[in-house]
Design a protein around this ligand. Sequence first.
Ligand code: ZN
Length: 324
Amino acid sequence: MVFSVATLGLLLLPGFCLGEDFGYDGNHGPSHWGEEYHACIGKHQSPINIEEHNVKNVSLPPLKLFGIDNPSLSFVANNGHTVMLKINESKAAMLSGGPLENDVYVFEQLHFHWGENDYEGSEDLINNHSFPMEMHAVFYKEDYKSINEALNHPDGLAILAYLYEVSPNPNPMYEPIVQVLPEIETVGNEKALREPLLLGRLFVPDTATMQDYFTYNGSLTTPPCLEVAIWIDFKDHQRLSHEQLAAFRDLRTQEGNKLTHNFRPVQPLEDRIVLHNIPREQNTPKNIPRTYHRFDEHSGQRDVKVPFSIIALGVLFAILLFAI
Ligand SMILES: [Zn+2]
């Protein structure tokens, strides 16, 4: 039941639907999206080219992910535009902090963008450099109760973006996904992953670099191109082998052609400012142990406990003093 509800949600989600009338070539290609989906010619579109010399350095509160250490049953589906992974349970993972401040965002799905070869495929570019793949983990704001409602609000979505580079060796974290790709070559096919998935291994491959990211306001990169997304692009790159990347290019579109590429060209930055978060610990005096600051990078829970215990001890000490 849970599975079928999740599948229904996948089919109903605008912009990710089966049979949507958009593609990446010819009359249905990105330069024609605006004819039917007017938001696609808006002023705050994604993706963009991030010029590192043209960003504003900031130190935002720590970005926090919750619930990502529990193994989750998941499935992948071919919707004709991408490979999408969803978790069988709702609210499997939550995101807050950073540019989201105290707002909480709920994990909805993740999917991939890729290119015809190992030299292009990412949507956002860094200093005009393209990467062979990009993963988007889509979260909707919990206050809006559902992703469909969130799409009506400028702060409706938070999307984590991960860039990949080619490595000689396969990345074992992605093998469970890559292995089932041949079984979802046809549009509409979906396949459960054999083992429960640890989202934390995908979302936080390295806690040391998690706070080093670019962030800006933009849009969905597929029709209807709604300008509802707070983008968070991690600077650190993940690695996949050529064979792992190539497996994605064998998927088929609605028309039965190979989905060799599914990235939108970059859009004008216009009046937006891209922020670069400088991890706070880089600005911290050296005499404070690094381990103290690492607590709040991952779960965001221990950073509350440590100060609280110190405060509690202080209060107890004060009471004892007055009692004497
Ligand atoms: Zn995407």
